[in-house]
Write a protein that binds this ligand. Structure first.
Ligand SMILES: NC(=O)c1ccc[n+]([C@@H]2O[C@H](COP(=O)([O-])OP(=O)(O)OC[C@H]3O[C@@H](n4cnc5c(N)ncnc54)[C@H](O)[C@@H]3O)[C@@H](O)[C@H]2O)c1
Length: 361
């Protein structure tokens, strides 16, 4: 049983206990982005392991991960805010919600597209006990799941040496960081973006961090045909890559942005997802393929199926990984950050956040 000290001057350290403790209201803490980034920097391998353990827990049924809720606006059609509520068991044992905005027009003003908070709720009382800046947590868990997929999905195929980034914003940068930190190196790095500024910014980041030969492709076909690992990280709302012929060399595709590929490409590929029900929603490319065929036979399995050897992958077709992005991953990484910050004695508790605590005053 986890208990928290209710004295706000003390850091809230979870104490293992064999006897049930009385319920207490946990202190409420705020963890800003600087602390999140400081905690996660250099921990890429650990975060990939954590994400893989969470996938296994989810596959074993020790989680609750309902559909994400999409808040959209008639007056701002490109924008959305998504709520990802979730509950995770195992040793993490925490509930919560990620609340993440996507405002693509921000980028033109030099403001990042995505902003987010993560609320962690205490398993025993339901009380929220932390609010964490979560764009870094979200990008990190997304990059960790991409790095994990790149590893597992290429174990029985040729290991890619030529990577192509299709869409070169923050998520592309995080994926590159996580791939290189987990042992990948590439002879060739291709870059393609509709925005020349984004392509140039990513190119200059790569020049500082990678020794591979970097090529900026104005032509998306060239990027795909010259890459055996293709990372889609655009903000496209509907498919813009439609020719299955571009994938004739059977690349591994990390389809992180979910809506780039025409259903014909999905249907010509082996398809791995993170969660079947989640991925067949919200007009993702697999969802469009399901609508076209009326079935889900084109899905090969989940990443957890690959990890446990329940499914194997062909080497004579492209392999496409379409991860919807599960709230349980944010919870696992968020709780890890919370524990690390707490362990370092750096937790910022907001005194008297929960104030009306006596039933009759
Ligand atoms: N599956 C998941 O769990 C998950 C998690 C986080 C982010 N994402 C997705 O990753 C994507 C990228 O996020 P980001 O924060 O890097 O966004 P960003 O706005 O920083 O970068 C996106 C880039 O894509 C480019 N782009 C847009 N449409 C394009 C097209 N048709 N062809 C080529 N380039 C195009 C833009 O010019 C921009 O440079 C988003 O779609 C986001 O929803 C998915």
């Amino acid at each position: 049983m986890t208990t928290f000290r209710s004295d706000a001057t003390e850091p809230a350290v979870p104490e293992p206990s064999t006897t049930p403790s009385p319920l207490t209201v946990p202190p409420f803490a705020v963890i800003p982005g600087a602390q999140v980034q400081q905690t996660l920097r250099g921990q890429e391998r650990q975060i990939v392991d954590l994400v893989e353990a969470t996938y296994r827990l989810h596959a074993a049924g020790d989680s609750v991960n309902p559909p994400s809720y999409f808040l959209r606006f008639p007056d701002r059609p490109t924008a959305r805010i998504i709520a990802l509520p979730a509950s995770i068991g195992g040793q993490v044992r925490v509930d919560g919600v990620k609340w993440i905005s996507s405002f693509p027009d921000n980028v033109r003003a030099g403001v990042p597209r995505a902003s987010a908070v993560l609320i962690l709720n205490d398993h025993d009382t339901g009380y929220p006990f932390a609010c964490l800046e979560s764009s870094i947590i979200s990008a990190s868990r997304t990059a960790a799941m991409a790095a994990s997929a790149a590893d597992w999905l290429s174990r029985h195929r040729r290991r890619p040496t030529r990577i192509g980034f299709f869409g070169t914003g923050l998520i592309a940068r995080y994926i590159h960081t996580f791939l290189t930190a987990t042992g990948w190196s590439f002879d060739q790095i291709g870059v393609h973006d509709l925005s020349a500024d984004s392509a140039a910014g990513f190119h200059s980041y790569l020049q500082q961090t990678d020794t591979g030969r970097i090529t900026v492709h104005a032509d998306p076909e060239q990027l795909i045909r010259s890459s055996d690992l293709v990372v889609f990280a655009t903000v496209a709302g509907r498919p813009h890559v439609t020719d299955p012929g571009w994938f004739a060399h059977n690349p591994l595709v990390l389809h992180v942005s979910l809506r780039d590929l025409a259903p014909e490409i999905v249907l010509a590929s082996a398809n791995i997802v993170d969660d079947v029900d989640h991925c067949l929603k919200a007009d993702t490319s697999p969802h469009l393929a399901q609508q076209l065929t009326g079935n889900r036979d084109f899905l090969t399995g989940t990443l957890a199926d690959v990890m446990t050897g329940r499914v194997s992958l062909p080497d004579d077709r492209p392999v496409v990984f379409s991860p919807f992005g599960l709230g349980v991953l944010d919870l696992a990484v968020g709780k890890h950050v919370y524990d690390e910050v707490t362990g370092a004695g750096q937790l910022h508790v907001v005194d008297d956040f929960f104030h009306e605590l006596r039933r009759y005053g």
